[in-house]
Design a protein around this ligand. Structure first.
Ligand SMILES: [Fe+2]
Length: 743
């Protein structure tokens, strides 16, 4: 991409400042603030619409390249104690996942420019110790037997500066007959002392000098590290054996330099040293925490109950929390400012980018009766998704041909979503907004489906609100998590996005209370309220999901279902009793990727309580039986929800209409299939459908659920005059009006 960037926040209130971080290959670029209305260039719809906003931002800016550097690691600030002049022991348990990928730092105080010391996985997947002496001479001692991937090893390196003895040990946790990987390498060196390289100690990487001359950490380790530690002398083989068998490093008294306990403070980026020296470190780029250690017994699956069995951190060379770019320009919003979906529009020769953000109403106020709840958690979950781990045959509409520049940018920079897996095959459980999210853009068409999804699809709704003249505020998941009911309470109606899938507990609490105290919700999407999602304490830019059971693109490893950021069990809300059916009457039942289908009115749709919903719609008229901007045709498609009393749909809920006629691209969701069989496709399974549902909550509250991601893509058909638009408008006008819902 010629120009690309990100904002320092998603949601900004009038009077506050939003900052933009930009990378541009060209010497200059033009920046403007625009209000986004319709992002979909599909000629079957109303086309791209944005509105230039007059702000001091408008102008030309110097371009500069800012790069992405992925890879998680730990940094421990340098102290004289880490000089280790008389020798050392470096040790850890490790579980390498890509031992053959090249040099990987395990526990190092080494820079490629100046040397130092370090325990590393060397070329060929072999364990090695590297050290240089003050004269710059380097010694490298390697074990010639490569480590197996996906196995735990106790590894150690010792150096005695007086005798010159160097030793490297690797001991597999599981041993087998003829096991070659239990090995030791020794050497005697002329080196007289450990060097005093003035760099910080690093775990899971080492210091490199980049092409730009900057020193940064590279050679990242893929896999788990557990209980790393440092001593200031060479421990004997027997002493190492006692450590390997679980002796406390603290028992070694004054010789101990550091003993890190990765099971402490897992919700944070702090890494605790349990030695008296307090050489605490910081985890950079969010490696996965609350991970099973070498000694996990399986007796507990909650790390909070047996922290000593959760002493591991899983590092990945493609982790990224914060791209850390410099700020290029900022905008302080005026005190009076219309709430909406906005973007910084960047234009340069050969390229354009939009950096979306949301202007919320002033804090503590509403400026409309209606609020669109932008599902920013879902935008984060899908951030830069490529679905490369799923079989291409699933997606008949998949974009063909060369990668577009934005897709190319994602792959080139190894940007990952919560739908992707890391290079070592483990699932991605954290996503951050402090990095370019190039699919959260107007104009973006999801590669797998060749149509808009998430933010670009939600602009179908924004455009419709504008076209129909409904005044609305925009609020976000992040706001709702932070502020709870107070954020929702002033609104008569909350409208969801097309796929509000990722909810934190506090968000659900707030919505439940809102509905029970007279609030009204239009759930204009599918597969909502699905994955347990948490925010990292003190890091509101990060969300966490642990995929387990459910329809999923990866699966958390045994014992790793609990979120490190909150401790709560992850997975589906339905498995914690908070089913979407209880909240909005419907829950995920099927997904498919070819076409959508129309809805047909059901007997409940003729109930007098629902009469207002169908005003202007013929009794036999199909709903959404026309071309759509999402999956080409029909209003019920992509991901669909179904009413299910056994899962909590209230008895008084009206199933107004249902879709039918879906192809076998649509399969009944796996969480409801107990035994594999061949009867789950749309042509044979009646549960493959969308149910449009309406029901009342106490005190005048109510829910209307469209139950389809494709619903909003049908709104603009025929100049917004169609059955989907009519029903949406009927519901919204009545929900936003004073007084009872039905006569
Ligand atoms: Fe989804």
């Amino acid at each position: 991409m010629e120009v690309v960037g990100y904002a320092d926040q998603f949601s900004v209130a009038p009077g506050e400042t939003v900052r933009f971080h930009v990378s541009c290959k060209q010497p200059t670029y033009q920046a403007d603030i625009v209000r986004l209305i319709h992002g979909d260039p599909n000629p079957k719809g109303p086309g791209f619409k944005e509105e230039l906003v007059a702000t001091p931002v408008s102008g030309e800016y110097p371009g500069r390249r800012q790069d992405i550097h992925t890879g998680s690691h730990i940094i421990v600030p340098d102290v004289p104690l880490l000089g280790l002049h008389d020798g050392f022991t470096l040790h850890a348990w490790i579980y390498p996942t890509t031992p053959q990928k090249g040099v990987q730092g395990i526990l190092t105080k080494w820079s490629e420019a100046e040397g130092g010391y370090g325990l590393v996985l060397d070329e060929g997947g072999v364990l090695a110790v590297w050290l240089t002496d003050p004269a710059g001479r380097t010694e490298q001692v390697r074990i010639n037997t490569p480590l197996r991937s996906l196995d735990w090893y106790f590894v150690a390196a010792t150096f005695d500066a007086h005798s010159g003895q160097i030793a490297v040990y690797q001991e597999p946790l599981r041993t087998w007959p003829q096991d070659q990987t239990r090995a030791t390498a020794t050497a005697t060196t002329q080196l007289q002392a450990t060097p005093t390289t003035p760099v910080d100690c690093v775990m899971a990487g080492l210091w490199q000098t980049g092409d730009d001359g900057e020193s940064r950490i590279g050679r990242h380790f893929n896999g788990k590290i557990d209980r790393p530690g440092v001593f200031r002398r060479a421990l004997s083989r027997d002493e190492l054996l006692s450590l390997q068998r679980g002796a406390s490093p603290l028992a070694f008294g004054d010789d101990l330099v550091a003993a890190w306990d990765f099971s402490a403070e897992v919700a944070s980026d702090t890494v605790i040293d349990t030695s008296p020296h307090g050489l605490h470190g910081r985890a950079i780029n969010m490696p996965a925490r609350a991970m099973t250690g070498y000694n996990w017994s399986g007796a507990e699956t909650d790390f909070r109950n047996t922290p000593h069995e959760y002493g591991a951190i899983h590092f990945h060379d493609d982790d990224l929390e914060d791209a850390g770019w410099q700020v290029d320009f900022s905008w302080t919003l005026p005190a009076e400012c219309r709430s909406g979906v906005y973007a910084a529009r960047l234009r340069t020769e050969g390229g354009e980018d939009h950096i979306p953000f949301f202007i919320r109403p002033p804090r503590g106020q509403a400026t409309a009766d209606i609020a669109f709840l932008a599902p920013t958690n879902s935008y984060l979950a899908y951030a830069n998704e490529q679905l490369t781990t799923l079989p291409p045959a699933l997606f008949p509409n998949r974009k063909q041909g060369e990668l577009a520049p934005d897709d190319h940018y994602i792959r080139e920079n190894r940007l990952l979503s919560l739908y992707d897996s890391h290079a070592d095959g483990s699932g991605v459980c954290y996503s951050s907004r402090l990095r370019p999210i190039v699919n959260m853009r107007p104009r973006y068409h999801m590669r797998a489906l060749n149509c808009p999804h998430q933010l670009p699809a939600d602009l179908h709704l924004i455009d419709w609100l504008e076209a129909k003249g409904h005044a609305y505020d925009v609020i976000t998941d992040e706001d709702l998590h932070a502020e709870g009911l107070d954020l929702l309470a002033p609104y008569k109606v909350i409208i969801t996005g097309s796929h509000p899938e990722y909810w934190s507990g506090p968000m659900l609490d707030a919505l439940e209370t809102y509905l029970n105290t007279g609030g009204r919700l239009m759930y204009l999407g599918g597969n909502g309220f699905y994955w347990i999602t948490s925010f990292a304490p003190g890091r509101p830019h990060v969300v966490e999901v642990r995929r387990r059971v459910g329809t999923r693109s990866w699966h958390a490893k045994p014992g790793e279902y609990h979120h490190s950021t909150t401790g709560e069990p992850g997975g589906l809300w339905r498995d914690r009793g908070r089913t979407p059916q209880r909240l909005v009457g419907v829950g995920f039942t099927t997904q498919g990727f070819d076409n959508s289908a129309p809805y047909e009115r059901k007997p409940d749709g003729f109930d007098p309580r629902a009469a207002f919903i169908f005003e202007g719609i013929g009794d036999k008229e199909a709903i959404g039986d026309f071309e759509s901007l999402v999956l080409n045709y029909g209003a019920a498609g992509f991901e669909l929800d179904r009413a299910e009393h056994s899962l909590g749909t209230p008895a008084h809920a009206l199933v107004l209409a249902s879709s039918s006629g879906h192809s076998d691209s649509y399969q009944h969701v796996i969480e409801e299939v107990l035994l594999s069989d061949s009867q789950q496709g749309g042509t044979v399974n009646p549960k493959v459908r969308a149910d449009m549902v309406y029901f009342e909550y106490p005190q005048g509250g109510a829910v209307f659920s469209a139950s389809s991601i494709a619903w909003d893509g049908a709104l603009s058909h025929n100049q917004y005059e169609n059955t989907v638009s009519r029903i949406t408008d009927n519901v919204l006008r009545r929900f936003a009006a004073e007084g009872p819902l039905s006569e």
